[in-house]
Design a protein around this ligand. Sequence first.
Ligand SMILES: *Cc1c(COP(=O)(O)O)cnc(C)c1O
Length: 399
Amino acid sequence: MRSQEIIKITEKFSAHNYHPLPVVLKKGKGVWVWDVEGKKYLDMLSGYSALNQGHCHPEIVKATKKQIESLTLTSRAFYNDKLGFFLQKLCSLTGYEKALPMNSGAEAVETAIKAARKWGYYKKGVKKDKAEIIVCENNFHGRTITIVGFSSECQYRDGFGPFTPNFKMIPYNDVHALKKAINKNTVGFLVEPVQGEGGVIIPDDGYLNECYKICKENNVLFIADEIQTGFGRTGRLFACEYENVKPDILIVGKALGGGFYPVSAILCDKRIMDVFKPGDHGSTFGGNPLASAIGMAALDVIIKENLPGRAYELGNWFMEELKKIKNPVIKEIRGKGLLIGIELKKKARPYCEALMKNGVLAKDTHDYVVRFAPPLVIKKEELKWALPRIKKAFDTCVF
Ligand SMILES: *Cc1c(COP(=O)(O)O)cnc(C)c1O
């Protein structure tokens, strides 16, 4: 079946909560994907960084196949022979004592919020139902009612109220605002080290470190959402490492499932995690043996192939090359590792369509930004392949 027919059927039966580029993919390998007509594209989105290991990584395929033939789901009503080792690997890699596995990123964020609130009541001594969490303007933490309730994006909220109370919004990259917003009921500060969906917004050097110190001084949990920035994307295993910050709660997802399966988690030490008692929180699929096997393989690839190091080297090089593209529509090019945004003076969507025609798949974010975030297994030659095509797309896109 041709692309146009498939798109028609998809549009007919699906909710219109997305506006995809008109390309129908059927195969992926490493950094490349193919559409149903056989045309090849370079994937510069990587499933919003869920595909740091590239498409269908052979090691993760192998682990998936092996596990799928022996045991896929137990629920947490029983133990399984994979979960403990998965969490052990995740904890030793990140330096935390405990991990709580979920599926989607949004669920992990919800889990972090629950952990912080309960910690507030049981450890910090906040009075019943008074706990407050501070969040940043322009954030993206997922799509549940609670999470969109503290979004500053009107469209994410419109029509979905009423929302969960007691989230306080402050400007991003503003240390003073954090200081001012904290009171005796504040239990956590939830922040992205780089705002990915927000348009690849990079805070000033020192911001995270200063915020962390303020949180420490006030007995407030510093909660980092590294669902997108984590596992090598920005050139370190975690973006917080750039500022020597070890968050009290670290939220991970996306690449933890290697692009195969939704796997997310929160990480923290016992002093926080032990607020959860049997029955307090859970998920039927969270921590299932298939997810655990895939998670272990996904982590192994990140380490074995030094994805953070690759992202650092190639990201710096690629950003310099992109800056050589002179085009009046480009307002700014910014990034960290292989999370790069090109902010335009015009809406980015037509440029993404032009890129697609030239064999490069990228998506606009926040209307005016084209995000380049290829799988971290990408080679320099493959980035070199993309450069003239990106230049051409910008040059020929007039609308
Ligand atoms: C993608 C993302 C989420 C939500 O993850 P889902 O798996 O889509 O629920 C949360 N926070 C950040 C920073 C993200 O990029």
